[in-house]
Ligand binder design. Sequence first.
Ligand SMILES: N[C@@H](CCC(=O)N[C@@H](CS)C(=O)NCC(=O)O)C(=O)O
Length: 459
Amino acid sequence: MSQILGHIVIKRSQTGIGRARARHASSTPLPVLQQPFRYITSLALTCPDPKPSSIHKHSPTPSSAFCSRHSCTLGKILLRPLLRTAATTNQALALSRSFASLSAPRLQPRPTATTRLSVAAFSTSAANMSSQDNSKKDGSADWSNKDGHFRRQESSFRTSIEKGGKHEPEVGRYHLVVALACPWAHRSLIVRKLKGIDRVPDLLPVHVVDSLLGSEGWSFVPYEEPKGYGVPGTGNKIPGHEDKKRIRELYKAADPNYEQRCTVPIIWDNKLNTIVNNESSEVIRNLNYAFDDFVPEEFRGVTYYPEDLAKDIDAFHEWVYPTINNGVYKCGFATLQDAYESNVKPLFESLDRVEKMLEDGRTYLYADKLTEADIRLFTTIIRFDPVYFTHFKCNYRTIRDGYPKINKWMQNLYWNNPAFKDTTDFDSIKAHYFQSHTNINPHRIVPEGPVPHILPLEK
Ligand SMILES: N[C@@H](CCC(=O)N[C@@H](CS)C(=O)NCC(=O)O)C(=O)O
């Protein structure tokens, strides 16, 4: 039986070699052709027998790392043989042109005599793949644009839990979905605890996904392949959604047309069956007040974004987000030397700047008060020595050896405040980064160090 596996977008890379990108078959009916392993002008890619073994037989030469990085459920499909044998360059370019409308304008191929069409790997389960330039369908994906720079997508669900609004504060209605590895999700776990939300049963239960970001994105149940990787999540299900294996299914339930990456954290509204918000910076602000009617007295009215410091905090994020929080990703996911170099320097300049801010020995970044500035910076800094220094090549210096003030600030938060320590899981963090990004770490070896992951506080 033939099955439509998806569509192909041909992307011309800098080298002039096109890269085919696949979009998962949508609900739009497309003609199924009976020719195995051909892509054809109807723009559907068909496979006569979608069993991994037979697919692999037809794609024995994963000549690009791109293909071997993918571990899709139905196997890896290498399109190169297909492009070589079944299609002429002109056909391929016609195909790519037809798909250009799905892609960012810069993906439009410029046909030239020397254009060669190359390899694509295709996950049949890549329903969340976006046509955006930097989005890909699995955790091990090629995260960068063709200029070699990583660009994070805009979050899509941007509402909040508030009285009189669409999402009324209630017990038993909302769920927080996180990956312990994720610095953005980590922020929300910290604030949930700091605000005492964790003290009230069913107020905002946490659902932790597996550490492995696999071919279908974050997962509530371990991936069957690759075997043996990842630190399992909590496995607790959202009532009514017990059948959901991946967070992508929640995104699709919230918005059947959702085509972006399916990121954590998510606040899920189980009454309206939708996502309240998937942007951590907004989630943590919302948690400052969302549940104040339900949390114990001592937590009511407590905010980590105090009005008198709002301006300073905003100004701080202005440079810390692009150069540090997201800066480490821009270094790690850069695919060109220039792109890497142009991000690693600003990262360390910003760390120097934070070090200077903390020079006077202050405990917190602003006004001797714990604020979201500390929270947002902490989740990046705590991952720095164990992961970013090596995995993302942020290696001018470590925090412990190169930034004594930042190190002390981080140690204090971690060792003296359970909201920071109890939400930090080094095993998940390391397993996630080193095992999911096989474009960076193809053998998935998780380094042992640093030993210890964080230094003890000096007596
Ligand atoms: N802007 C978002 C970013 C969240 C984000 O990118 N999370 C990553 C994990 S660190 C994710 O879920 N990635 C899944 C994917 O890209 O498939 C936020 O701050 O909430």
